[in-house]
Design a protein around this ligand. Structure first.
Ligand code: ATP
Length: 306
């Protein structure tokens, strides 16, 4: 039985190589988190939907090779596997163009969750893309509620993508309304401001804690990360590494954080009372795993335990 269940978007990133030719890299934040957590030693399952096409088969192989339970990863003929083309602005900042109208992953339904998968999960992780339209939105919310109801941990990475949100009316509101379902929330500083509508980080954090979030991770790319509860905060610089590709580094951070929390046997009520030492250890571990993830290309880089 999987300790961690993730659900939502799964797509193929088309990443330019040194010659500018696009190469397929399987991805999608929740799928990456499942694979990364599995490689870190957690038993993980991914629930999602792919098209009946060659890109969908790449995703199937990605999850299976990563040791992820794919009993809830189903095929539809009603849509194609979603694609995202990536271009690097200034050689560093990734810019996304999404090809999904809709993507197969947006057709996820509540009945796609295998019976008992959520009952046995210690943690559930989701993103915001599956919240933008039905039926995936209702399926995602119901799954989070089910895990919360039996005392499991819920983790949320809004992973806001303006290029996609502009094509989905109500996307920001949908992303915002899921905050109250999460015990752990991971975001960049920019996402935090956009999600809460509050430009000041301290105010944005207060908003999250008032809405029930207990542990917030703010990832800051080459500037490291912050891990904070309402009482204790740790800020760490990034680990020095030879960076090759930062795609999916945030997903590696999330996977490591959730793995670290579960390996310590921490449950939702424990998160509020985390001491500085534990918070520091969790942040350092996630920072290290994420840094290592940047030393190889694409989401299939093969996360290792540092
Ligand atoms: P993505 O959406 O691509 O997953 P993100 O915005 O969620 O990205 P980042 O903040 O870019 O995530 O990176 C996540 C973490 O990865 C950082 O907090 C840091 O720990 C690590 N990291 C990222 N870039 C670097 C870097 N240049 N050097 C070392 N560590 C890095």
């Amino acid at each position: 039985m999987a300790e961690l269940v993730t659900c939502g978007e799964c797509l193929v990133d088309m990443v330019p190589d040194a010659n500018g030719c696009f190469c397929p890299h399987p991805g999608g934040a929740p799928a990456n988190v499942a694979v990364d957590a599995s490689r870190l030693g957690l038993s993980a399952a991914f629930v999602g939907k792919r098209g009946d096409d060659a890109f969908g088969e790449i995703l199937q192989a990605y999850l299976a090779d990563g040791g992820v339970d794919t009993s809830g990863f189903t095929v539809t003929r009603e849509a194609l596997t979603a694609l995202a083309f990536i271009q690097y602005r200034d050689g560093q900042v990734p810019e996304f163009s999404f090809y999904r109208s809709p993507g197969a992953d947006e057709l996820l339904r509540p009945q796609d969750f295998p019976p008992r998968l959520l009952d046995g999960a210690k943690a559930f992780h989701f993103g915001s893309i599956s919240l933008y339209s039905e039926p995936a939105a209702g399926a995602t919310r119901a799954a989070a509620d089910k895990v919360r109801a039996h005392g499991g941990l819920v983790s949320y990475d809004p992973n806001l993508r303006p290029a996609l949100m502009n094509t989905r009316p109500g996307a920001l509101e949908a992303a915002r309304s899921a905050i109250g379902r999460a015990h752990i929330l991971k975001a960049s500083g920019e996402e935090l401001a956009q999600l809460t509508g509050l430009a000041r980080e301290d105010q944005a954090l207060t908003y999250l804690f008032e809405h029930g979030v207990r542990l917030v991770a703010i990832t800051r790319g080459p500037d490291g990360a912050t891990l904070t509860t309402s009482a204790v905060r740790v800020d760490l610089a990034s680990e020095p590494v030879a960076v090759v590709d930062t795609t999916g580094a945030g997903d590696a951070f999330t996977a490591a954080l959730v793995t670290g929390v579960l390996e310590r046997g921490l449950e939702p009520p424990d998160l509020e009372a985390l001491d500085r030492e534990t918070l520091h250890a969790l942040c350092q571990w996630a920072n290290r795993v994420a840094a290592l993830a940047t030393t190889r290309t694409g989401a299939t880089r093969g996360i290792q335990r540092p």
